[in-house]
Ligand binder design. Structure first.
Ligand SMILES: [Mg+2]
Length: 196
């Protein structure tokens, strides 16, 4: 295994974006109700596997559709309760889910701003950002992780169409990341592009 990639396995804390990482992203729309929440292929299984390797797993998600009046905050909470229970029932865990409903890009909790990471650290003081991995599918996720000194992983099928911020790694899916811990993992090919 590429030694750069194997350093991901030394991280203790996992920060995850939600839409496009765990569940299917709805372009130009939001997950407005439980029936619009659909797990990405093998994402649930990946969360269960990752639960064995990370001492804390938290989700940090921007959900400004609430402030736009597209959905109720209670729907977001219902989705999160469902997600957490699905993972638990499958044998894994999500320690915390943090969401930001604010429209204003300058709100301290709206990614790429760091507020939600500090909320997580308030609940789990052992979290060390330098020992954390941030996984997301957008620029703001990578920027969020970079600002906090985390190792960043972009979920994308191809090279991103932007120059900056630069993710440390690119994987095709959360399931592909979870395979890192499998003995026969082989990441020479396209599935993990080491950027640094
Ligand atoms: Mg996303």
């Amino acid at each position: 295994m590429n030694p750069n990639i194997s350093r991901l396995k030394t991280k203790h804390f996992l920060f995850l974006d939600r839409d496009g990482v765990i569940n299917v992203h709805r372009p130009n729309d939001y997950v407005k109700a439980l029936d619009e929440f659909v797990f990405l292929p093998r994402a649930l299984e990946a969360l269960v596997k990752l639960s064995k390797h990370f001492s804390r797993i938290v989700i940090v998600t921007n959900q400004r559709g609430v402030s736009k009046g597209k959905m109720h905050e209670s729907a977001v909470q219902e989705v999160h309760a469902y997600l957490q229970k699905q993972v638990e029932d499958a044998g894994g865990k999500i320690d915390g889910i943090y969401y930001c409903i604010h429209l204003d890009d300058n709100h301290p909790n709206r990614k790429p701003n760091s507020g939600m990471a500090f909320e997580a650290k308030k609940h789990f003081p052992e979290i060390d950002f330098s020992q954390s991995m941030m996984v997301g599918d957008s620029r703001s996720d990578i920027e969020f992780g970079n600002r906090l000194g985390m190792t960043t992983v972009l979920i994308k099928k191809e090279k991103p169409g932007w120059q900056k911020p630069v993710p440390d790694f690119i994987f095709s899916s959360l399931a592909a990341i979870a395979e890192l811990w499998e003995d026969n993992a082989n990441y020479i090919g396209e599935d993990a592009l080491a950027n640094k």
